[in-house]
Ligand binder design. Structure first.
Ligand SMILES: Nc1ncnc2c1ncn2[C@@H]1O[C@H](COP(=O)(O)OP(=O)(O)O)[C@@H](O)[C@H]1O
Ligand SMILES: [Mg+2]
Length: 177
């Protein structure tokens, strides 16, 4: 209803790049949404994938999978190892943003500082970087880091927002790309 009380219908147009039915597998979702991000990643770029939607809409199912079906995280990890060039080593770091502060989840929750350099890019000072050679290594580090998070899964409203940053760099390079 408008301020002068006349009724009106508000129309929105939405566009979607992909639409999936309820029977679509996580593998199918991965292939048609995230798989091409790997091209960007191996060209030195950054890619992000996040799930957004109402509670119960299937975010956790899609990202984490279940006992029988892997989620997008695991599918992406397999793809990353499968596609990496022979000489490239992969390193992972994992930190949590909680109450506006940063903590290294792979270094006993060491407090970190986010500083901007002369090129205006944000650097997380002191963040540790761990070499991984298999998907299993990656998942072990994520599990270990998750255990150091400030609150468990039972307190969703108080839980801090965590990010996992995986950085890939070649063996010859001296720093993360
Ligand atoms: N594509 C799917 N196929 C089968 N079950 C699904 C699918 N998506 C979600 N579910 C189930 O629906 C419920 C809610 O999904 P969930 O991923 O927990 O939602 P969210 O994380 O968005 O709150 C869970 O029991 C989940 O296993
Ligand atoms: Mg969920």
């Amino acid at each position: 209803m408008k301020v002068d009380l006349t009724r009106y219908t508000c129309n929105h147009r939405f566009s979607f790049d992909q639409v999936f039915g309820e029977q679509a597998s996580n593998q199918e979702v991965y292939e048609r949404t995230c798989a091409h991000f790997m091209d960007t990643v191996f060209e030195g770029g950054n890619a992000a994938c996040f799930a957004y939607g109402q509670t119960g809409s299937g975010k956790t199912h899609t990202m984490m999978g279940n006992g029988t079906e892997p989620g997008l995280y695991l599918l992406a990890a397999h793809d990353m190892f499968r596609r990496r060039p022979h000489e490239m080593t992969l390193h992972v770091s994992f930190y949590e943003i909680y109450g506006g502060k940063l903590f290294d989840l792979l270094n006993s929750r060491q407090k970190l500082r986010a500083l901007e350099d002369a090129k205006q890019s944000v650097n997380i000072v002191g963040l540790t970087d761990h070499p991984i050679t298999t998907v299993h290594d990656l998942m072990n580090l994520i599990t270990a880091g998750n255990e150091l998070r400030s609150a468990g899964h039972t307190a969703p409203t108080r839980r801090g927002r965590s990010c996992c940053v995986a950085s890939a760099r070649s063996a010859a390079a001296s720093g993360p790309r």
